[in-house]
Design a binder for this molecule. Structure first.
Ligand code: PLP
Length: 231
């Protein structure tokens, strides 16, 4: 995909987000993450030539490592997020390259991330991923004991919890998706009210459901197919 097409897509997303914010009377910023997992490295380079200053996101540790390493040779200060399932033996690549790990989904993985962050002398920013759709195949903490999860992971020396992430169910039934997003929004607000506002990121919404996510409080959208697409 060339830079003109990418820019056209970006402007159309921005325009939609602007309209949605108006519709729901939202005045805070909503950040967009460009999910590059379906895109070629050429498309990523075209995207970076636009200097839009958006983070990129990958869902496989090796892709993050390979792409972040290659891009670092041609451009500084590119921010990478990790959004995929985390395997403990690949945590080293993720901690090395990710500015934000959005998909920390178990205490064990948080421990591994912390250990690796200590080794790298880094404070690793993370989001806690919750399994809001309660589907087996999806990662995420159960929503039932979020206070315990939060309390345990805040104690890790080299992890900083910036917010929460959730993936809406893949269904035509919008009310189900809305319920899931609202559940995560409530958890986000509850943690912020109990602990003096430690969280600033509520990451919900992808290409097909970002309007509903914004409606229910999201301030970070992870957009793949309708932005950098499949080429
Ligand atoms: C792939 C992916 C996205 C982007 O999905 P699109 O529907 O292509 O926008 C967002 N979040 C996560 C966790 C993903 O794995």
């Amino acid at each position: 995909m060339d830079r003109n097409e990418i820019l056209t897509r970006y402007n159309s997303i921005l325009d939609n987000v602007r309209k949605i914010k108006q519709k729901y009377n939202i005045d805070y910023d909503i950040n967009i993450v460009a999910v590059s997992k379906y895109s070629s490295i050429e498309t990523i380079k075209e995207f970076l030539s636009l200097d839009l200053d958006l983070p990129l996101a990958e869902s496989k540790a090796q892709s993050l490592r390979d792409r972040a390493a290659e891009i670092s040779n041609i451009k500084n200060n590119v921010k990478w997020h990790f959004i995929g399932r985390i395997q403990s033996n690949k945590v080293k690549y993720i901690v090395r390259y990710a500015d934000l790990i959005q998909s920390v989904d178990s205490i064990e993985i948080a421990e591994c991330v912390n250990k690796e962050a200590v080794k790298n002398n880094k404070i690793q920013d993370i989001l806690l991923q919750f399994n809001i759709s309660d589907e087996e195949q999806k990662g995420g903490f159960s929503i039932n004991n979020y206070i315990d999860v939060y309390n345990t992971i805040t104690q890790f020396s080299n992890i900083s919890i910036k917010g929460l992430m959730g993936i809406g169910r893949d269904t035509e039934d919008l009310s189900i998706i809305e319920n899931e997003f609202e559940t995560l929004n409530k958890i986000y607000k509850d943690i912020n009210s109990k602990y003096n506002n430690p969280l600033s990121i509520l990451s919900m919404g992808m290409s097909s459901d970002y309007e509903l996510a914004i409606k229910h409080g999201s301030n970070m959208l992870r957009i793949g197919s309708s932005f950098l697409g499949y080429s």
